[in-house]
Design a binder for this molecule. Structure first.
Ligand SMILES: Cc1cc2nc3c(=O)[nH]c(=O)nc-3n(C[C@H](O)[C@H](O)[C@H](O)COP(=O)(O)OP(=O)(O)OC[C@H]3O[C@@H](n4cnc5c(N)ncnc54)[C@H](O)[C@@H]3O)c2cc1C
Length: 462
């Protein structure tokens, strides 16, 4: 990159907000995936939308790629600067600008860490449900850009169900305002939704207004042990068919149970083939009734053991185990391929059976973890990218897992996005006319392909 660009960036954001040392650039070269890395030429840490606008204008005019980045926890390669250029990191835009208890809304800057936001809301008895299990580190800007989900989404929906308004800086530097602070808004096309889940390819999100809920007064967690994974999957379908919609239904397999027990012993049933963790929330009376109904359904549907957490501490221990699950999987091998498919919730048991067949045939062990209540599983394969022959076979096995999910009416990505990881499958996963329309939208909003180039669209990858 030309030196004059870096000089200009220093003028825009100040000396201390421009990083160019080898160590700093390395720190921004990777994300939560284990297969991708690429160093940027420079990292900038703006603090205002005006600065973001000037950075975008400078980059666009000089054809310098810009990769927006929050905390870099995504698991699809989205925040890797695959074509070099500028990483525009929002972590210094970290103010909660407003929490309005009467309107049940909050307005935040994109770099606010989800957990910090949740702690502030809790002080006022408020609740923002989308809960990606990276909540200790991920940013709300990254959540909106990925349309993130999490355990609570069974009952409460994903990030897009809470986005009311956005401020977005376009590739040419224009600061655009979309939506507002009302829960209803039927003014023209839903453009705020277009940017929600756009993976940093259409604009840089600089302000977000979110819908909130009052914190449910009570909750209860039930843990069910299964000695067959598919029976566990069938139990999820039975709960959903019963008329009860729990707040969360999560699935953890034996591999994850053992990994967690090794790292943090908490007395988990290490012989269990699978665990379901289910949480009900609402008024104390409804939680009591719902939990009883869930326990009955689980017992009738093959659970070997069903335990109701006796208090908040026991429930918190189970949920801590679940939130550590993904890290346990990612730390288990040099290279971990983690799928993110979602299947219809009545097809979960079929999907698990088919995955077991694939595992037996290909010889790859498959670990399962995920948001079972949404039909969103993360089947993971352990391999080593340095062993080309094995890595190629692992990738082909992943492709088969994806095709299997699609054949059951599922989708390529439930929550992690396309990024770099899933580009090669996109054309098989979408209507070609819809795909072409998406490309045209990208072309209109970012004609010079400045924003996050190389992502989503396969042929643009270097
Ligand atoms: C242990 C672990 C558990 C996880 N659990 C879940 C889960 O339960 N559910 C789930 O959905 N995901 C999960 N994830 C994935 C990840 O945490 C989410 O995708 C999260 O939303 C990413 O936020 P981030 O701040 O880290 O964004 P980053 O990883 O930095 O960026 C993600 C994408 O958003 C773009 N982006 C970031 N900020 C902006 C912005 N301000 N404007 C425009 N584009 C932007 C980037 O270019 C990139 O494409 C998990 C990841 C890990 C490591």
């Amino acid at each position: 990159m030309e030196k004059k660009i870096i000089t200009q960036l220093r003028k825009i954001v100040g000396e201390s907000a421009v990083l160019t040392s080898k160590e700093d650039l390395n720190a921004y070269s990777y994300d939560g995936t284990t297969t991708w890395a690429h160093t940027p030429d420079v990292v900038v840490l703006p603090t205002t939308a005006q600065q973001v606008s000037q950075i975008m204008k400078l980059a666009d005019e000089n054809r310098v790629p810009v990769t927006p980045r929050g905390a870099g926890t995504n698991v699809s390669g989205g925040s890797i600067p695959i074509k070099g250029g500028i990483v525009l990191c929002t972590t210094r835009m970290d103010k909660i600008l407003d929490i309005n208890k009467t309107n049940l809304t909050a307005t935040v800057e994109p770099g606010v860490i989800l957990q910090d936001f949740n702690l502030e809301l809790a002080k006022q008895g408020l609740f923002y449900p989308p809960d990606p299990q990276s909540f200790l580190g991920c940013t709300i800007g990254g959540n909106v850009a990925e349309n993130a989900g999490g355990p609570y989404c069974v009952k409460y929906g994903v990030t897009k169900q809470y986005v009311l308004g956005l401020e977005v800086v376009l590739a040419n530097g224009y600061i655009m305002k979309l939506g507002g602070v009302t829960v209803k808004n039927r003014t023209g096309y839903e453009l705020a939704m277009l940017f929600t889940g756009s993976e940093g390819t259409l604009g840089v999100i600089t302000k977000i207004t979110l819908r909130l809920l009052p914190k449910p007064p009570a909750d209860k967690t039930v843990m069910a042990v299964f000695d067959d994974m598919a029976i566990g999957g069938q139990a999820v379908s039975s709960i959903m068919a019963s008329g009860v919609v729990p707040a969360k239904i999560e699935f953890v397999d034996n591999f994850v149970i053992r990994r967690i027990e090794e790292m943090t012993p908490m007395g988990l049933p290490v012989e269990a083939k699978a665990l379901l963790l289910i949480q009900s929330d609402g008024s104390p009376a409804s939680v009591e009734a719902e939990s009883k109904q869930i326990v009955d359904i689980l017992k009738k549907n093959g659970a070997k053991e069903v335990k109701v957490a006796k208090d908040a501490a026991e429930a918190a221990m189970y949920w801590k185990m679940r939130s550590a699950g993904f890290a346990a999987v990612f730390g288990a091998a040099h290279t971990v391929l983690a799928e993110d498919v979602a299947v219809p919730r009545d097809k979960l048991a079929d999907f698990i059976n088919k995955l077991e067949e694939i595992s037996a045939r290909t010889g790859f062990f498959i670990s399962y973890l995920g948001h079972a209540g949404d039909g969103n599983l993360h089947p993971s394969i352990f391999t080593d990218i340095r062993n080309k022959e094995e890595f190629d076979r692992a990738q082909e096995t992943m492709a088969e897992i994806f095709r299997t999910a699609m054949a059951l009416g599922g989708v390529l990505s439930g929550e992690h996005g396309i990024g770099l990881e899933k580009q090669r499958f996109l054309k098989d996963a979408m209507d070609p006319v819809a795909l072409n329309l998406m490309r045209k939208i990208k072309g209109i909003l970012d004609p010079n392909n400045t924003l996050n180039p190389g992502k989503i669209w396969e042929e643009e990858r270097v």
